[in-house]
Design a protein around this ligand. Structure first.
Ligand SMILES: Nc1ncnc2c1ncn2[C@@H]1O[C@H](COP(=O)(O)OP(=O)(O)OP(=O)(O)O)[C@@H](O)[C@H]1O
Ligand SMILES: [Mg+2]
Length: 370
């Protein structure tokens, strides 16, 4: 155990310091041992995934609570205090559509985040199933996933202070409950790695299809970057196709490009997942058009999350005259260069980030006559 000298010359353990800090900040601290026994010594069979930030293990705490323990892979140069400060911003965020952070473990070099366990894996898993598996995701479920995700994101963007920009909205970060309710995971996590360029570049390279052009190319990060990713996600939910390269259509076009083409040809129903047998056509088409508004090339033309929520949940007529082609990154090879130069914009506080423009709801919608 490490000891250090406190102000009166009395030795005090760093674990004691930690306990004081955590009670100040209302963060539950887990011991490494507790998590080791919960995950059967981080056994391979409990591994449920691996992402850019680290490996995720399923575990059961002594009191029977199931958890997902995310063992952060990047070697943290951050001090414990800074680490807890960052976590503090996300630890006290509670919303039905956000994965709850139960606490963390900071012992030695170990940095582990402990989340509530969400039973039904992530949306990417649900969408890559066979046709009959995907058919379980009927329209009612898919629209609830879109709306629930929009609610969670609107909460992060508008309702909490400081606002949080997720920066990595994608299907694998949308977890599904037993009843297929969506919960956004990993929000605020990027902030824990402000100095780790390689890490961020790797993640970005893996999720190219979701990146707003101004963010990917010039490093301009605003809430509108999340809104762009949300638009891509909606298209994936409706089409049952991933935006990633491996799912390029036969002619080599990415999902968003293909969607715009079908929109211009008046054939948007061709985008809909064939395993969705019975669906309300008008509503589904509205969702696709909302996704096109979200992915507009100019960030200022994208709606805010509350506006998106309004457009998705009400049978309104969208003002399609305002719709321009979506922003698509044509040459992903330019990405990493752009991103390496853009490290300084890493921030989760929207108050320190310029909004590109504010647009009113009227621009996007007209109320449908009853
Ligand atoms: N709280 C959780 N409950 C249940 N499963 C989870 C939880 N968190 C993560 N997972 C599972 O672990 C997988 C890996 O998650 P992780 O966040 O590490 O990677 P990722 O989402 O693919 O990439 P990224 O690092 O960009 O978030 C997820 O796809 C999901 O299936
Ligand atoms: Mg994730």
């Amino acid at each position: 155990m490490h000891f250090k000298r406190c102000c009166f010359g009395v030795r005090k353990s760093s674990q004691q310091d930690l306990a004081e800090l955590s009670s100040e900040k209302d963060i539950k601290l887990f011991s490494y041992n507790a998590l080791r026994s919960a995950t059967d010594n981080f056994h391979q069979s409990n591994k449920i995934g691996r992402g850019g930030f680290g490996t995720v293990y399923k575990g059961i705490l002594k009191d029977g609570t199931p958890i997902a323990a995310k063992v952060l892979s990047a070697e943290s140069k951050q001090g414990i205090k800074e680490f807890l400060n960052e976590i503090n911003a996300i630890a006290n965020v509670k919303h039905p559509n956000l994965v709850l952070l139960l606490g963390c473990c900071v012992q030695g070099v170990n940095r582990i985040l402990v989340y509530e366990y969400v039973e039904n894996s992530s949306l990417d898993q649900a969408l890559i199933g066979t046709n009959s598996e995907r058919a379980r995701l009927h329209w009612g479920i898919r629209s609830e996933i879109c709306i629930g995700t929009a609610k969670g994101l609107a909460y992060l963007h508008e309702d909490i202070e400081p606002h949080i920009i997720h920066r990595d909205i994608k299907a694998s970060n949308i977890l599904l409950t037993e009843n297929f309710l969506p919960k956004i995971g990993d929000f605020g996590l990027a902030k824990l790695f402000p100095d780790n360029v390689t890490h961020i570049s790797t993640r970005v390279a893996g999720t190219t299809g979701y990146l707003a052009p101004e963010y990917a190319m010039q490093g301009q990060l605003t809430r509108k970057a999340d809104i762009y990713s949300f638009g891509v996600l909606v298209l994936e939910i409706i089409s049952g196709k991933s935006c990633s390269k491996s799912y390029l259509s036969e002619d080599g076009k990415v999902l968003l490009e293909r969607t715009w083409e079908l929109y211009e040809e008046g054939k948007l129903t061709e985008l809909v997942d064939p395993s969705l047998e019975d669906y309300p056509e008008e509503e589904v088409l509205r969702y696709i058009k909302v996704a096109l508004f979200c992915t507009q090339a100019v960030a200022g033309r994208r709606p805010s999350m509350p506006e998106v929520l309004h457009m998705l949940s009400k049978p309104i007529k969208l003002n399609e005259k305002e719709l321009l082609p979506p922003g698509i990154i044509q040459d992903p090879t330019t990405l990493s260069k752009g991103l390496e130069g853009s490290r300084t914009f890493v921030s989760t506080s929207a108050s320190s980030i310029p909004e590109l423009s504010s647009t009113t709801l009227d621009t996007f919608t007209e109320m449908a006559p009853r």
